[in-house]
Design a protein around this ligand. Structure first.
Ligand SMILES: Cc1cc2nc3c(=O)[nH]c(=O)nc-3n(C[C@H](O)[C@H](O)[C@H](O)COP(=O)(O)OP(=O)(O)OC[C@H]3O[C@@H](n4cnc5c(N)ncnc54)[C@H](O)[C@@H]3O)c2cc1C
Length: 548
């Protein structure tokens, strides 16, 4: 067995979560190695299609958001969500979502005008993951070892050793690190290795999914195009996603409760029925992507020097398209805390915050997705039999189902709350005050500076995004330049905590910023706020660096 040179952090799994974690760590100056069993740049399977605004903000900070924005569907292909009886059938409702050409400018639609420099993006994982990979391998301090499978992990008080095998040669090697993070997906061996268990609901929905090539489908659809189509008819319900806006599609067939075996259900007949096409319709099955919708969250996220992150620690039905986005939020939380410790300005105690902050929020998001799944399953299993009739009763049924479906689904496709509204309310490294954070919901977002919330975004008078101006580390936002901040600058210097003071001149008046000072964390969450520094700035600095 050969040994690779030791690194500070090793990450098992180079999916979207592992790559984002690695890039953020490297950006913060930490040497990191990713071990991934797939080949270099090999696309994943065709799953995730929604990159949230919050994730796009992170891509912006890491410097490759434009590449992601410019990939995927053609620039003018509508990103709308529609509810139809069949792909070529009646349209019941339409949720307008701007195409990517108009994404930054359009004000038409329920997910526009959000307080962010980066609106959401509809793009399949097969297109954006290779972009993440290309960017990652160019970063100094970041190494990706492809075609390597980690088979075991051992840890002691000082270090972790991962034992791996080169898949193509069978050669075994090991790599030592100070911390190891399992971003190795739903079947995570690292999760099993640390003894964590997924708990929750094992089966919510079985879905027979097919990735198909059907060059003639677009021409058969008479309604304006859409990115995602819910297909509801009294026989069967499904969902169709445009992958390249030309000929590739992902079609989900929601199996009925008695259909337990994916292979026992006639895939071809279901696809034709959901599309509303006959035997003459030609298509090619590119891949079977069958999956089970679950709601499972790990009972813990860390054993001493080993952490789990992303799908390794949670799995849920992809309503609101949030599995990966939540995983990337995990990664951004863990990354700055690890970097703070490894860069020498925070004690190891800061790492306790990861589980304390992420586990409660993960549980909540999993329940949002589950609740939405229950609503959607009820909706599609209680459709009026006359839905497809060309009669006044049929038209009335379509109008009623369309209205109800719009109301239900706009919550998941315009989920501002899910994007920006999550907060940490029981963290050891946040200095709370008496005010309660606004309620966390899937749809609604109330910007707030209550400690624990996402630092509300604003545009500066000089035209920059606040987030672009904040930098990588702690930022003290000062809204009144006459307020003295020298004591906290001194305290930060003493503790080697990197602190940037930013005098904020907003482009427009901001009602949510009611205090003259706000301390924003490296992950853009509020750590403290006030009209003047506290009596003891050293105590505040120690709290936010995990040394209180
Ligand atoms: C139908 C469907 C639709 C979805 N839509 C969305 C959506 O719109 N938005 C969204 O946010 N999420 C969505 N998701 C969820 C999303 O796809 C996942 O949450 C996301 O891929 C998880 O990323 P990850 O990096 O944690 O894990 P993965 O993507 O599973 O990556 C894990 C990586 O680890 C590697 N690996 C595993 N074991 C080892 C080992 N021992 N050694 C080395 N490498 C290893 C694997 O090869 C893989 O590359 C959807 C899921 C499904 C099923």
């Amino acid at each position: 067995m050969t040994s690779h040179a030791p690194v500070s952090v090793a990450i098992v799994g180079g999916g979207p979560v592992g790559l984002c974690l690695a890039m953020d760590l490297a950006w913060r100056g930490i040497d990191v190695t990713v071990l991934e069993q797939r080949a270099a740049g090999e696309p994943p399977s065709v799953k995730c299609n929604h990159v949230s605004a919050r994730t796009m903000e992170i891509f912006r900070r890491l410097g490759f958001v434009r590449d992601v924005r410019e990939a995927g569907l053609p620039a003018d292909y509508p990103n709308d969500v529609v509810i139809r009886t069949r792909a070529t059938g009646y349209e019941l409702a339409r949720i307008p979502i701007p195409c990517r050409r108009d994404r930054y400018t359009s004000r038409q639609g329920p997910d526009t005008g959000w307080p962010t420099p980066e609106p959401p993006h509809r793009i399949n994982q097969i297109f954006f993951e290779p972009i993440l990979f290309r960017h990652a391998v160019q970063m100094p301090k970041l190494t990706v070892i492809n075609r390597a499978r980690v088979e075991g992990v051992e840890q002691n008080d000082a270090a972790v050793r991962a034992d791996a095998v080169e898949i193509d040669t069978g050669r075994r090697f090991s790599i030592e690190c100070r911390y190891l993070i399992g971003c190795d997906g739903g079947r995570s061996g690292i999760r099993r290795g640390i003894g964590a268990k997924l708990e929750g609901d094992e089966v919510i929905q079985r879905v027979q999914s097919s990735y198909i090539r059907a060059p003639s489908l677009l021409a058969r659809v008479t309604q304006p195009h859409a990115w995602m189509s819910y297909l509801y008819n009294p026989q069967r319900a499904g969902n169709l996603v445009a992958i390249d806006g030309e000929e590739r599609w992902l079609i989900h067939n929601y199996l009925l409760p008695h259909e337990q075996d994916f292979e026992a259900v006639d895939r071809d007949a279901c696809i034709r029925s959901l599309l509303g096409v006959g035997a003459d319709f030609q298509y090619q099955l590119l891949a079977k992507e069958d999956w089970i919708g679950r709601r499972l969250v790990a009972n813990f996220l860390r054993d001493r020097r080993v952490f789990i992150c992303g799908d390794a620690s949670h799995l849920w039905v992809p309503y609101a398209g949030y599995g990966m986005n939540a995983g990337i939020a995990d990664a951004m939380n863990l990354s700055w805390q690890l970097a703070a410790h490894l860069n020498g300005w925070a004690p190891e105690g800061i790492l306790d915050a990861y589980q304390r902050e992420r586990l409660p929020i993960t549980d909540q998001v999993s329940r949002f997705a589950m609740k939405h799944a229950e609503g959607a399953i009820h909706e599609r299993t209680h459709l009026p039999p006359e839905l497809e009739q060309n009669t006044p009763a049929g038209a009335a049924a379509r109008a009623q189902v369309g209205r109800a479906s719009y109301e239900l689904n706009v919550q998941q496709f315009a989920c501002a709350g899910l994007n920006f509204g999550y907060y940490y309310d029981a963290s050891p490294i946040i200095a709370y005050d008496a005010e309660q954070q606004p309620r966390y919901t899937m749809h609604d977002y109330t910007p707030s500076t209550v400690p624990g919330c996402r630092t509300p975004h604003l545009w500066l008078a000089d035209g920059r995004s606040l987030y672009d101006a904040m930098g990588a580390d702690y930022t003290l936002l000062r809204f009144d330049a006459s307020v003295g901040v020298e004591p906290i600058e001194r305290a930060a210097r003493e503790r080697r905590l990197p602190l940037n003071v930013l005098d904020v001149v907003p482009r427009e008046p901001q009602s949510e910023y009611r205090h003259k000072l706000l301390l924003s964390r490296p992950d853009q969450h509020v750590a403290w706020r006030g009209d003047a520094l506290p009596a003891d700035s050293r105590e505040l600095v120690d709290r936010v660096r995990g040394a209180a």
